[in-house]
Write a protein that binds this ligand. Structure first.
Ligand code: CP3
Length: 339
């Protein structure tokens, strides 16, 4: 995995899945039921370590991703964050300078000490050949939840605030750039081998917004993380950005690009993988459906991207209702042992 992130092609692509620890696994549901809230689980290093390792033991993925959430950053900044069963995240929405003034950036990263302890434990418990990935949410995506106070279909509250009061919105983004940078550096210091920046909502902004709220904050994080950890490998995952992926590569300086499932494979090969390693991009619904759709999806990716640096992954997180047998089928195909 690390060799691919450094730009080399692997004989067999390394493979992991976004959301590989989670509700599709009975061992996860079992452990989860012993913690009152999702954040309790995230902040208990022993349990978060166990959950991180579960999919590695079961499937032998080439990378483990730290079990946590992008919304631990607003939580550490002092915003109320809760995950309600079946409803997704709920936060105290930040709508004005009062809300912003309530955030406590000083010492925020220290409040994430349990996460760093999880990283240390996982690194100790992981086979040496398995890469440990840390992560954070990109400032724009995290800000959409902080401003709306919940997940929204079109990120409208954050987009409107960014138009109405760009200075306020910039101040929020600046706090997230600083905190996320320090957070990633501490994960790398604690034993993460590489990190991924999740920008799930990067696709909804107009051109100016995309430059100001996606490209520029991500560029600042990449630059600052590299100045602290010069050999850090950073994967960017800007979801649903279409042709702007090229601008994202050039403008942010990330080492590798995560592709969602809508990116055409010929474009990925000729215009993206020609510049940097790519990761992706099986449709999570093809994995859910299984059968021929799954086999064809895997084959198409290997055929188009297998000759260059490729990390095999999904185009977004695995869905909780996905059968485990389909994950096994996917792995057999990727690793070339399918009949
Ligand atoms: O990938 C992994 O296995 C590592 C852990 C991880 C989680 N969330 C665990 C989680 C990672 C990397 C994330 C990232 C994340 N979280 C993103 C960016 C990637 C993406 O999926 O778009 C976003 C937008 C979030 C915010 C978030 N967290 C939402 C909207 C929800 C509710 C929806 C849902 O899937 O439940 C969560 C909760 C969450 N994060 C769960 C897990 C395993 C489920 C909580 C539970 O088990 O009770």
């Amino acid at each position: 995995m690390l060799s691919v992130l450094a730009g080399r092609k692997a004989a067999m692509p390394p493979v992991w899945m976004m959301r590989q620890a989670g509700r599709y696994l009975p061992e996860y549901r079992d452990l989860r039921s012993r913690y009152p809230t999702f954040l309790d689980l995230c902040y208990t290093p022993e349990a978060a370590c166990e959950v991180t390792l579960q999919p590695i033991r079961r499937f032998g993925f080439d990378a483990a991703i730290l079990f946590s959430d992008i919304l631990v950053v607003p939580d550490a900044l002092g915003q109320q964050v809760a995950f309600e069963a079946g409803e997704g995240p709920k936060l105290d929405a930040i709508e004005s300078s009062e809300g912003l003034g309530g955030l406590k950036p000083d010492g925020a990263v220290d409040r994430l000490q349990p996460v760093f302890e999880t990283v240390e434990r996982v690194r100790e418990g992981l086979p040496t050949e398995t890469t440990l990935l840390g992560f954070c949410g990109a400032p724009w995506t995290v800000a959409t939840y902080m401003v709306a106070g919940r997940g929204t279909p079109d990120q409208r509250p954050a987009r409107v605030l960014a138009y109405r009061d760009p200075e306020l919105f910039q101040a929020l983004i600046d706090i997230l750039v600083e905190t996320s940078t320090a957070y990633l550096v501490r994960q790398l210091e604690s034993g993460a081998d590489a990190v991924q920046i999740f920008d799930t909502w990067a696709g909804v902004l107009d051109q100016r917004g995309f430059e100001r709220w996606v490209i520029e904050p991500t560029r600042r994080i990449v630059e600052a993380v590299r100045s602290a950890r010069p050999d850090a490998r950073i994967i960017g995952f800007p979801k649903a950005v279409g042709l702007r992926a090229e601008r994202y590569i050039a403008g942010t300086g990330i080492d590798a690009l995560g592709l969602d499932w809508t990116v055409p494979l010929d474009v990925a090969r000729d215009r993206l993988q020609s510049r940097l390693p790519v990761q992706g991009n099986l449709d999570p619904l093809a994995l859910l459906a299984g059968g021929r759709a799954l086999d064809q999806g895997v084959e198409a990716i290997l055929e188009a991207l297998g000759a260059g640096p490729l990390v095999f992954n999904l185009g977004h997180g695995i869905l909780p209702e996905t059968p485990i047998a389909h994950v096994e089928q996917m792995l057999k195909r990727v690793r070339g042992t399918a009949g």
